[in-house]
Design a protein around this ligand. Structure first.
Ligand SMILES: [Zn+2]
Length: 177
């Protein structure tokens, strides 16, 4: 490195330090739900951002692999593919409400499947070209946790099948209203 470059780097570095934390303060609209599943309202909040090492410490190995490395749990191995209890499915990483058991259905796939997210604000869909066929990946809007994929072969009224990983979600039984 030349002396001039070194000086330039030294001049810019303190500014990068100032700019980077600000960039991490990205905000997103999220809809909150009560323990009884009642919609409480939509708010703009700061995204949940953590260093990878922190996620690894916080999460079980399978939850980390699914949510932070876009992994997929083996079919019929998760805790909720066969769960028929009434309640909400929340993000394992940040507790955002993702799905209501009222929209869960028997897909026969071995993964918990829903025909609609609890609120369109709370999940983000994006193209996933990492596989042989193009798929649409679904992630948590607040913390970017990978949750699963959505397909067009679901039941009515939406015709969608949100094929999720049990490990990406925490099931919470519905509280009395
Ligand atoms: Zn989340």
């Amino acid at each position: 490195m030349t002396r001039r470059k070194l000086l330039a780097t030294a001049t810019i570095a303190p500014f990068l330090f100032l700019v980077l934390p600000a960039a991490a303060e990205e905000t997103v609209l999220v809809t909150a739900f009560s323990p009884s599943g009642r919609r409480l309202g939509t708010e703009r909040v700061a995204k949940v951002v953590r260093p990878d090492a922190e996620w690894r410490r916080m999460l079980s190995p399978i939850a980390y692999e699914v949510t932070r490395q876009a992994g997929t749990e083996r079919a019929f191995t998760g805790s909720t593919w066969d769960n028929h209890a009434d309640g909400l499915y929340r993000c394992i990483c940040c507790d955002t409400a993702l799905f209501d058991s009222h929209t869960k259905f028997e897909s026969g796939t071995g993964w918990p499947s829903f025909w609609r997210p609890i609120a369109s604000t709370n999940v983000v869909q994006h193209d996933d070209r990492s596989w042989i066929e193009d798929r649409t990946a679904v992630s948590c809007a607040l913390c970017d946790a990978h949750l699963g994929h959505v397909f067009n072969d679901g039941p009515q009224p939406t015709g969608l099948r949100y094929c999720m990983n049990s490990a990406a979600m925490r099931f919470v039984a519905r509280a009395a209203a």
